[in-house]
Design a protein around this ligand. Sequence first.
Ligand code: TMP
Length: 203
Amino acid sequence: METTSCYIAFEGAEGCGKSTHAARLAAELGAVLTRETGGTAIGARIRAILHDTSVTDLADRAEALLTAADRAQHLQELVRPALAAGRHVVSDRTVYSTLAYQGYGRGLDVDELRHINGWAIDGQWPHLVLLLEVDPAVQAGRMHGRELDRFERESDDFHQRVRDGFARMAADDPDHWVVVDASAGIDEVYVAIRAAVHDRLGI
Ligand code: TMP
């Protein structure tokens, strides 16, 4: 069977373990591993603004457009060429983080963000989204002692809206989303992820 290139997204709250699992999956698939924001040199400069805790007056719409700009660069420079070259791509966060954080979190209109971001990515949506859900108490333990960035410093309410937003997107589009309980041990979670990717994408 001919395998077409797959674009796989890892999404979820901070401390859910997605970076670890994205790296492990990419290594096993021989995929290109990347991330948003900051997956390109230009993106790294955009990310520096987004994460800078001394930035206290960034407008919500400017924040949303910066994430979309990062993404437009990322898709053109890295994701599309990799897919065109026959590689799978595994990304630690994608367009859905904007819908969750800037949409459900900040309260910007989610449909408008979908439209703006659909343009930014020129229609290249991920083929599969793995949503890693983690119990907030487990998450708090994993974050303990870390220096928090501009997003991580947001209120519990903000983070709950983000979590609910992700869950809602997953429930609304079960053909593209898989929800993985990421509160368990790393190996157990990875087995669930690997099985889901095989079931959904045949790889
Ligand atoms: P991370 O790369 O360490 O997961 O952190 C990225 C942070 O940026 C995280 O708090 C979520 C936030 N973010 C957005 O708010 N919108 C986006 O579009 C992306 C990609 C990330």
